[in-house]
Design a protein around this ligand. Structure first.
Ligand code: UDP
Ligand code: MG
Length: 239
């Protein structure tokens, strides 16, 4: 394993056994082209299938692969948080394990990190079913309206962070849907870049309409409260 990676890719994994080998193959090809030292941190969120064993097999072939394994399923925000804390690269990339995000978008996103602290993927052509596409559009609209944001697609996991911003966030369950707002709280600059989105080929989606809408609405109220109460003082003088 390289002593100091430049890029840390954080991938939450919950029962994705069929996706891990093709994802790693594609991702490592792209990262080889980026030509900077990297690490891939798979965070196994309490999978009950063979995902952890698959990751261990992949580790035998590539020393840049790391595994953090949760005792039980704790949710995607916890997995991101653990990955952020473990990350050593200057740049942290997050993505899903299910091949819906396309690693080939990474090289076009990375250069924005000079000017921005978070670069968010925007799945402008969603490859999900009609109900999901519509519900996501409505959710993004409501979220933007209530939280005063103008983010097109907050739900895309493909994101590139300057590591210090990823590590500075105090996360709570569900808060991975509000990364752009949370980074702005910290004074970070946020950009959106159009990315590819592919259908899920293997495994099953972990979220349905019912477990997403109500929870994320309650989370939105919390974020609106935080935005109102965020400490934003400026010390004008100190003697
Ligand atoms: N995931 C996770 N913990 C969970 C639910 C999901 O780590 O409790 C992971 C999952 O394995 C995938 C990513 O989070 O890598 C997004 O999940 P999914 O693809 O089911 O979500 P969707 O595509 O519906 O947004
Ligand atoms: Mg998915």
């Amino acid at each position: 394993m390289s002593a100091l990676p430049y890029v840390s890719v954080v991938v939450p994994v919950y029962n994705e056994q069929e996706n891990l080998e093709p994802l790693t193959r594609e991702l490592t090809e792209v990262l080889a082209g980026v030509d900077r030292p990297y690490e891939i941190i798979f965070v196994d969120d309490g999978s009950t299938d063979a995902s952890p064993q698959k990751i261990e097999e992949l580790q035998q072939l590539n020393a840049c692969i790391r595994l953090l394994r949760f005792k039980k399923n704790c949710g995607q925000t916890s997995a991101f948080d653990a990955g952020f804390k473990a990350a050593r690269g200057e740049v942290v990339i997050t993505m899903d394990a299910d091949l819906q995000n396309d690693p080939h978008d990474i090289p076009a996103m990375l250069p924005f990190i000079g000017q921005y602290d978070l670069v968010c993927g925007w799945r402008h052509k969603r490859n999900d079913n009609f109900v999901r596409r519509v519900s996501s559009r409505i959710a993004n609209g409501i979220r933007n309206k209530l939280s005063g944001e103008d983010i097109q697609d907050v739900g895309c996991s493909l994101k590139v962070f300057r590591r210090e911003y990823a590590q500075r966030l105090k996360l709570f369950t569900g808060m991975h849907r509000f990364f752009p707002t949370l980074v702005k709280f910290e004074g970070g600059r946020v950009a959106e870049v159009k990315v590819n989105h592919r259908p899920r080929k293997f495994g099953t989606p972990k979220y349905g309409i019912s477990n997403r809408i109500m929870r994320s609405f309650l989370d939105l109220l919390a974020v609106c409260w935080m935005k109102k109460r965020y400490l934003a003082y400026i010390i004008e003088e100190q003697k």
